[in-house]
Design a protein around this ligand. Structure first.
Ligand code: NAD
Length: 349
């Protein structure tokens, strides 16, 4: 049986939206009908210049967008009304997605929301390798945040393969995204989040319900990538080799090495640019191989990884589209299809 091509639209063409749009363009079983936004800034104008049809997410914004020289192909709601979109990937800023939900509901269109929305907006929070089947055939799903995705990949793998008694993760966050560093951010300081646990731990439990996890977070003055430091108590004795094997078998996580000169987030960033991906994006979670250790009694693992905040959720969005539309019923199949199309790797060299 020939599978249909799923018609998608990205609503909100920012940090996440533009990357998801490009990832969809690489999938043979998906079509990108266009992108929608409410502004006509350089990002949206560049998308138009690349030939992507641009829609106004809100009717009121058409005049302003056209006045700024953008050719607007129409209004998002009209497109949905005419049944021209099967799945909207809502990449609007936090809390806007919750407002858009009613629009998608009204037109019977499926939607993928992002981590800035609450779990309740979709009812299913998603990390492909953990709970793909929960999203099968649903109308809505929420791809969790970059931090929660990283935790679910790494700690989730240890939980599935070894059994985690409790996990404690400290998150050192970037202050602000690169594109808006001229507008906001902090300088020469580290700002602790005084609410403990930070929201990331409870968020990871929306995906892995039986995981005992507490997270603490602080904001640094850099603008790219988060750093996670984990202490993971296991149900049985483990060795460094055991956890290395688990990571080697897990999709979308890779090893980097301090010994090879990967000394900090900056070197991970440079390395990801050397991989030649669009925008220097890293879809995988790079874990420091030589930073892994185990307590002397063998029941606690210590490890550190970088979380490429702009890009690690991109493959999850692609898989979420396949799950909602049941293009693939098995996580394994969707993950390998996505990873092949995006060039996701298991070994850097
Ligand atoms: N930036 C990150 O590192 C990151 C990582 C993972 C998840 N997320 C989540 O992804 C979502 C999007 O974040 P982002 O960083 O890409 O935001 P962004 O600010 O870079 O982009 C948002 C885009 O949406 C547009 N927009 C604003 N209001 C709109 C509306 N009503 N309708 C349509 N478009 C509208 C903006 O013009 C902008 O182009 C959020 O839920 C965020 O929490 C962000």
């Amino acid at each position: 049986m020939v599978k249909p091509i799923v018609k998608t639209l990205v609503n909100g063409y920012g940090v996440i939206g533009k990357r998801v749009a490009d990832a969809i363009l690489r999938q043979p079983d998906m079509k990108l009908v266009g992108v929608a936004d409410i502004v006509a800034d350089w990002r949206v104008k560049l998308a138009a210049a690349r030939g992507l049809p641009i829609y106004a997410s809100i009717a009121d914004k058409v005049t302003d967008m056209e006045r700024k020289g953008l050719r607007v192909s129409g209004i998002l709601e009209d497109l949905l009304k005419r049944g021209e979109v099967d799945v909207v990937i809502d990449c609007t800023p936090a809390k806007i997605g919750a407002r858009n939900r009613e629009l998608y509901e009204r037109h019977g269109v499926k939607a993928v929301f992002q981590g800035g929305e609450k779990h309740e907006v979709a009812g299913v929070s998603f990390v492909a390798q953990r709970n793909y089947s929960e999203a099968l055939g649903r109308q809505f799903v929420r791809v969790v945040s970059c931090n929660t995705t990283a935790i679910c990949r790494v700690v989730g793998a240890a939980h599935e393969k070894i059994g985690v008694k409790k996990a404690r993760v400290v998150i050192f966050r970037r202050a602000v995204d690169v594109w808006e560093s001229s507008r906001a951010g902090i300088m020469n300081t580290v700002v602790p989040e005084l609410q403990v646990p930070s929201h990331h731990g409870p968020d990871a439990r929306t995906v892995i319900r039986d995981l005992d996890i507490v997270t603490m977070a602080a904001k640094g003055s850099h603008n790219l990538y988060h750093l996670h430091m984990a202490m993971i108590e296991t149900r049985s004795k483990v060795s460094v080799e055991d956890i290395v094997r688990v990571i080697e078998e897990e999709p979308r996580v890779i090893f980097v090495s301090g010994e090879d000169g990967v000394e900090g987030l900056n070197s991970v960033f440079e390395l990801s640019r050397d991989l030649g991906r669009p925008r220097g994006d890293l879809y995988e979670i790079p874990i420091w191989r030589d930073g892994i250790s185990v307590s002397s009694n063998g029941t606690e693992i210590y490890m550190m990884w970088a979380t490429p905040n702009e890009s690690n959720v991109v493959p999850e969005n692609v898989d979420a589209i396949r799950a909602l539309t049941e293009l693939e019923r098995e996580a394994r199949m969707s993950i390998s299809k996505t990873d092949e199309c995006l060039g996701v790797i298991k070994r850097i060299y």
